[in-house]
Design a protein around this ligand. Structure first.
Ligand SMILES: NC(=O)c1ccc[n+]([C@@H]2O[C@H](COP(=O)([O-])OP(=O)(O)OC[C@H]3O[C@@H](n4cnc5c(N)ncnc54)[C@H](OP(=O)(O)O)[C@@H]3O)[C@@H](O)[C@H]2O)c1
Length: 268
């Protein structure tokens, strides 16, 4: 490993767009080898070319995989083993949402969301952790959401998947404390990425509501994440407004949280 690199091999999921693309850009100079994973190969290839031009000392590998599919996740582990790559930084970023009432939701979309946000994230930790343990350390970033802190009507399943991510990350962090493997849950508020378009239902005239004042840039989310990881923090809420909001929510009695959630139906 080059002396200025913190990581031998970093793996970023959901690197074809949004936050994942930005994690890949910012992590590239920190690692010797970078593995970027998503379904859209042409976007991964374009990002790999851009990163290789800017950081010629970083080896970049693209792996296309549909993370909703157990066989493709196992295939990803096999590809890493075949390339003798054992990531010591895992960024579980791939994710999706579905905005609208639960009773009118499509099961196929909900199932895919649970598979990517929950099952794939857990499977990747499970599959990649043994390599970190045998190397004597590593680090895990799990991308959760501010939504993990609240029950959100019209975003119910998404918020619940992210509650899982935050809870799982906190517990895993405690289990891995003695093994020099920090685990960070990143809880962004709204960020302009491809997320809103996918979360908004095609047949619905109702777009994902946006409150521009709360938006944070993807650059800030990623910089704050890396700073928090290297400061060994358990959780980060990028942007001061979101951090303040998260602090206020954590102090509210559940009855008040329920009342506010109800009054904000359709206004996430
Ligand atoms: N944007 C926000 O407002 C916001 C707020 C809080 C948390 N987050 C979280 O941030 C993370 C990144 O989302 P984003 O905002 O950057 O959205 P995005 O621009 O839509 O990016 C999502 C990424 O996930 C990948 N992905 C989705 N389904 C996949 C699948 N089945 N298999 C493999 N990869 C898959 C996509 O790649 P392919 O389509 O190429 O497969 C894409 O690279 C998510 O976990 C999201 O929940 C976002």
């Amino acid at each position: 490993m080059q002396p200025d690199r913190r990581y031998r091999c970093a793996l970023v999921t959901g690197a074809s767009s949004g936050l994942g693309e930005e994690y890949a850009r910012k992590i590239a100079p920190l690692c010797s080898t970078l593995v970027i994973v998503a379904r859209r190969k042409e976007l991964l290839d374009a990002l790999a070319a851009e990163i290789s031009a800017q950081h010629p000392d970083t080896e970049v590998h693209c792996i296309t995989a549909d993370l909703t599919d157990d066989k493709e996740r196992v295939g990803l582990f096999k590809m890493l083993a075949a390339m003798a790559l054992a990531p010591d930084l895992l960024v579980n970023n791939a994710g999706m949402g579905d905005y609208g009432s639960f009773d009118t939701s499509e099961w196929k979309k909900l199932d895919a969301m649970i598979q990517v946000n929950v099952t794939a994230l857990t499977h990747l930790c499970h599959g990649i952790l043994p390599g970190m343990l045998s190397q004597g350390g590593g680090a895990i970033i799990n991308v959760s959401s501010l939504a993990s802190t609240l029950p959100i009507p019209d975003f119910a399943v998404y918020a619940a998947t992210k509650a899982y991510v935050s809870s799982f990350s906190e517990a895993l962090r405690l289990e891995l404390r003695e093994f020099n493997i920090p685990v960070l849950a990143v809880c962004p508020g709204p960020v302009h990425t491809g997320f809103g378009k996918i979360a908004t239902r095609e047949e619905s005239a109702e777009a994902l509501p946006s409150r521009e004042g709360f938006y944070v840039t993807k650059e800030q989310v990623v910089s704050d994440s890396l700073r928090a990881l290297h400061a060994d923090r358990a959780r980060v809420y990028p942007g001061w407004k979101i951090a303040l909001l998260a602090g206020a929510i954590s102090l509210m009695p559940m009855a008040l949280v329920r009342a506010i959630s109800l009054s904000r139906r359709g206004k996430i």
